[in-house]
Ligand binder design. Sequence first.
Ligand code: ADP
Length: 580
Amino acid sequence: MEEGALSCLLRSRTMLEQDIKASYLMDHMISDGVLTGDEEEMISKQPTRRDQAVALLELLLRKDNRAYISFYNALVRESYGDLANLLHNNLPLISPEAHKSFSDGGTPYVQTVLSQGGVPQRPVVFVSRPKLVNQVREKLYRLQKEPGWVTVFGMAGSGKSVLAAEAVRDHALIEECFPGGVHWLSIGQLDKPDLLVKIQSLCFRLEQSQDPQSVHRPPSSLDEAKERMRFLMLRRYPRCLLILDDIWDNTVLKTFDIQCRILVTTRDRSLTDSVSGAKYEVAVESGLDEDKALEILALYVNSKPQKLPDDARSIVRECKGSPLVVSLIGALLREFPSRWSYYLRQLQQKQFKRIRKSSSYDYDALDQAMAASIQVLAENHRELYKDLTVLEKDVKVPAKVLSVLWDLEPEEVEDILQEFVNKSLLFRDCHHRPYLYYLHDLQLDFLAEQNRSQIEQHYKDSPPTSGDEECLYWIRFLTYHMAKANLSQELYALMFSLDWVRTKAQIMGPGHLINDYVEHGAILDKEVSRHQFQEFLSLNGHQLEQRPFPDVVQLALSQPHNSEVYRQALLQAQDRASKG
Ligand code: ADP
């Protein structure tokens, strides 16, 4: 192996050993002919995942350039995009193919800017849509000299977010138009408290990256948040681009009406009517061209579009070319490459009857693809997948949260999540360490609808207690049910408890908690504590979004001394001290 590649492997070794699952990668390496069956067996015999990873790297270090390239490609295919990036700059030059296969066109400068701004990476299986990307870039260039809005609109799952991220993956564009950086904010359907928390986080991120020592009080209302952003954009980050992903309503947009440069993705074309400034738009057609959709399927099954069976075209037609649905089916076919006609029949027969009754989406195909993907999961994994219903729209969680929820060892959880990711049932954000996981909002809707009836049954059978920690549904809806059942005393006890705040914030995020206080305000208002808790959350919401999760007692101790929040924190702190 050439020197540069070898040294890169040695430098990245610890990171690789920490994360990779050798068995996934070895299949690819064997089919590339760089690993023998005996070698695979020797590695598989190692007792733990880590030992196997160590053994694979040990072996790889003794192999040639082709092995390095094959290993790199395997990482890309198995969704270890960020690890592959570590190896990318040192790909040996013997194979021009290797360079072509590098999936992320950007220069190191582009990569740094985008990763600092939280712009998502390309999906592992990715096809270019040059015409659309150029349209978006062309509109973004119009923002070079003056602030304004670019709206990318189209149906759910049509690839708007992928497109938006792709459009900014361009050195010249960033350098010439957005030298202040590109900042990504996932919005989704949210209410005012959630929005406030999002903006608090954004301000925190922007302030911290300019001055890590800075301690600003987070804005405590939307008006204040708007002013804070206006200041940041004007004074600290002039000529930056904000990307607001998946906006549903214009109250959200009005908060960002601060004379800066914004790219919005949305299903609602008329959203920007209510804001001021220059406006441009790009329509994303709901389906991919047949050729592009076939290319996705071909990439999944590691073949060429011309070589796919006839059923492939029919599948694309049934999916209406939706990138999301095609990807789901593609991921299924990767695992069961002989099931073309089977999945086609399933799609055609609408065998999985439509589940969502009132829905803003018109995707029977999505329901069917989701149902099919879930069906091939092992029974116990299927149950675990359904639990993901409790994830919030656009909230990303680390594996550790799921390990608490499922009560499983972290390693086991990682394996399960990897399986979900491979099947496109779950998405992974590799910008963060540890990785964060999230669902597409159509997938969440699907799950929520599926689970609803089950949940109602469960509630009838066994009304909840607050100790029902592993039962995620209750963490989310407990307050709602208590309020509905007029259990005011229980509601007070729950919502004015620091322990509950900690549990719910950790699992669901602070936005939900704040929302609870607002929503049940009429009942809670009989107690002064409501405002004390609500204030605590508005001031610390952005902290509670951070992972690792902060020490809530510490945060609470900085509340006014007459606050109930402070009182409970003090008790807990004293209790800790007495236990040493
Ligand atoms: P939207 O924002 O319109 O709801 P996304 O951009 O999130 O849709 O895309 C949904 C899914 O479709 C992605 O997670 C990915 O699996 C697939 N997808 C979208 N665009 C592409 C593309 N250009 N190449 C391959 N897959 C894509």
